[in-house]
Ligand binder design. Structure first.
Ligand SMILES: NC(=O)c1ccc[n+]([C@@H]2O[C@H](COP(=O)([O-])OP(=O)(O)OC[C@H]3O[C@@H](n4cnc5c(N)ncnc54)[C@H](OP(=O)(O)O)[C@@H]3O)[C@@H](O)[C@H]2O)c1
Length: 313
């Protein structure tokens, strides 16, 4: 099922390891309520977001709204250690880290289980059997409903799946009109003319074949085409932003809905993760599914061509 997921990375205040302030909880509450109003019922976390403060703030919002936990799906991720004074940033998908960090997520969120647990990034030192055993244990104990991965290639998914008794339910990847390697990989076969960062070959196809939900992080491309041109933007970004506005006018949609609808039209049934904390911008995403259905092939390719700056090969 194709849906919008709400991304909670922006909730909880600064990345400072301090206590969550009441103001940050109020802001998180406004964002969560806007997401629910926009039809989003899956909430995406990670233990590292705001150094734990995103989960804490969300847990406090849940306390303010009894019954809300049962109406939503909670997803979180473990596996990244942020750098600090005496620690180099690294990944850790050892069995012990998977288990203890998941327990810490549950404590911060104030819940007895999450619906989905994702391994945040591939760890070159991960032993697939060991990671799988840790996931089995969490599921058997009722602490986690389903398991998934993030930023994994098809090969890495296969390697883990071989040791898992349960299916990998989700792969969360950076996908957008700007970060469009997932499309370039397919259309530039044998041409070497890709206009985006490389994307692991066959990963979307693997997800489609095995019923893995593809979630797109960075789906709004941080507003690049919908109102926030980045400092390093070029003429192509401005041209694409104008086209997004024109299509929004034609389809009586918002610019966010055009940008997300472009992703959702892909037959992999991509679920964009929306990371805005601005209630108005969250509301502006609500009709992306409708746009995905109405966007013509011509309009879809016009957006692609504008973003890549050159006609498809
Ligand atoms: N799996 C992973 O490795 C990974 C990595 C990164 C993120 N994520 C997940 O994906 C979610 C979304 O990722 P993301 O936040 O990088 O991407 P995003 O949804 O593309 O961008 C959201 C950011 O862009 C800003 N923005 C969007 N449109 C704007 C506009 N018109 N004007 C000004 N600012 C605008 C938002 O600011 P406002 O808040 O002011 O609207 C927010 O800071 C995160 O919350 C997280 O759950 C996962």
């Amino acid at each position: 099922m194709n849906e919008l997921v709400y991304g909670c990375m922006g909730l909880g205040g600064d990345w400072d390891g301090e206590e969550v302030t009441p103001e940050a909880v109020d802001a998180a509450e406004r964002a969560v309520l806007a997401a629910l109003d926009a039809g989003m019922t899956t909430f995406d976390h990670a233990d590292i977001y705001r150094r734990g403060k995103a989960e804490r703030a969300f847990g406090l919002v849940l306390r303010r709204h009894p019954g809300l936990r049962d109406r939503i799906r909670l997803q979180t991720k473990v596996g990244i250690t942020l750098p600090s004074d005496d620690v180099v940033g690294h990944y850790d998908l050892s069995a012990q880290a998977i288990r203890t960090r998941t327990l810490a997520c549950l404590e911060r969120l104030g819940v007895d289980h999450v619906d989905t647990l994702l391994l945040h990034r591939p760890d070159p030192l991960m032993v697939p059997q060991e990671a799988a055993d840790a996931l089995h244990g969490l599921v058997a104990d009722g602490l986690v409903g389903a398991v998934g991965v993030s930023n994994f290639s098809a090969a890495q998914m296969r390697s883990l799946q071989r040791h898992l008794d349960l299916p990998i339910a989700v792969n969360q990847l950076e996908l957008s009109l700007h970060h469009r390697g997932f499309v370039e990989e397919g259309i530039c076969v044998n041409t070497g003319s890709s206009t985006s960062a490389p994307f692991p070959e066959g990963t979307l196809e693997h997800c489609q074949e095995h019923g893995v939900q593809v979630q797109a992080w960075g789906s709004l491309a941080q507003g690049r085409y919908s109102g926030r041109l980045p400092e390093d933007s070029d003429g192509g970004d401005r041209r694409t932003a104008r086209l997004v506005q024109r299509l929004a006018d034609e389809l009586q949609a918002t610019r966010e809905e055009i940008v997300l609808g472009w992703l959702m039209k892909h037959p992999a049934r991509i679920a964009p993760v929306v990371g805005s904390t601005n209630p108005g911008r969250i509301a502006a995403c609500a009709g992306a599914r409708r746009v995905a259905e109405e966007l013509s092939r011509q309009q879809w390719y016009a957006l692609l061509t504008s973003a890549r700056g050159v006609a498809v090969p």
